[in-house]
Design a protein around this ligand. Sequence first.
Ligand SMILES: Nc1ccn([C@@H]2O[C@H](COP(=O)(O)OP(=O)(O)OP(=O)(O)O)[C@@H](O)[C@H]2O)c(=O)n1
Ligand SMILES: C[C@](O)(CO)[C@H](O)COP(=O)(O)O
Length: 378
Amino acid sequence: MSKTVAIIVAAGQGRRAETATPKQWLRLNGKPVINWSIEAFRRHPRIDEIIIVTNADIPGDIELAGIKIAPGGETRTLSVISGLEAISSPADDTAVLIHDAARPGLTHQTIDDLLAALETSDAAAPSLPVQDALKRKKGDALETVSRDALYRVQTPQAFTYDTISKALESATDLVDDLAAVEALGATVTLVKGSDRLHKITYPEDFDMVSRLMSSSHVPVRMGSGFDVHAFEPGDHVTLCGVKIPHSAGLKGHSDADAAWHALTDAILGAVALGDIGDHFPPSDDRWKDADSGIFLKESQRLALDAGYAIANCDITIICEAPKVKPHREAMRFCTAELLGLPLDAVSVKATTTEGLGFTGRREGIAAEAVVSLIRTEG
Ligand SMILES: Nc1ccn([C@@H]2O[C@H](COP(=O)(O)OP(=O)(O)OP(=O)(O)O)[C@@H](O)[C@H]2O)c(=O)n1
Ligand SMILES: C[C@](O)(CO)[C@H](O)COP(=O)(O)O
């Protein structure tokens, strides 16, 4: 597949949800409903382009960097067509994932499953079995409908560009996008859907989706991080943002601040958002010689977006030299100031390994960090 594009349709009025502002712009578990899907796509390594379809003025707290906006249509289907028209230089085999903004519970597992299914099918979608008994009204009577081979189908629905653009050519109002390709006899794979992908449709859905997405809706979360950098020729090391004179430097793509890297990983770990390498890959030139304070601040922002604030952190630096103690207060101060925390919420400690191992042989510095986060709302 040449590239992968995510289209998030967000041009609906949300009438059934009965809210003054359409549901996709309301906050859920700490951020706007649509942000959950934007971030799931943005963080997925295979998504090359994201398009949001809407006519609304998008609220300022939605991060739109690198996202294209396409105009909404009268119906969901017309909005999807508008999104398809906005794709930059599509090829026949461009993979297109079409997703409802109203389904915030998207996970990378679903995206992975859909893209894998698309390798061998024209289309793929997440689906769930029907659990309840199904009845059809026949006048005043009821008849039972067999559940065999019946599925509830969710979004994202995945297609090759060639398949979906042809299928929707003259469509105007379909129940979903699969309906268009089914009519052409295309091959469709159903992958495992999930309860947390439930669509917010009615007022009670907000609460239900919030709970489904927050199996981790706990008041306190913990995270731990660990990092190592090797020595190289140089005259200082940077730890917790403080330049410490030394007979060697630390080797790394960024400023090699092992202490702040460990703390960044601890924060990301506490909210299960991957690790520093996922967000700031060493292959990205933007992070060459970067101040690691950027990574730390961003991890704090991501945690806040997920509804958690840093309560306290404890960093341990492991090396024979340089001596950390004379710089410990500056390191605490620098960390507390960057994160806007009281000084007594930041601990920095140091230890040697008694001459043992790579730190004992003075080949590099290791750092570990533990952090606790507290819920900011809900
Ligand atoms: N003309 C439309 C209608 C719907 N949608 C989007 O399609 C998704 C699924 O639609 P639905 O839940 O029906 O949303 P609404 O149309 O907003 O809801 P309602 O039917 O209750 O008004 C939503 O993300 C919605 O914003 C869209 O982009 N353009
Ligand atoms: C596209 C969809 O979300 C797939 O389940 C669903 O068909 C939308 O239906 P709605 O009636 O427009 O909410």
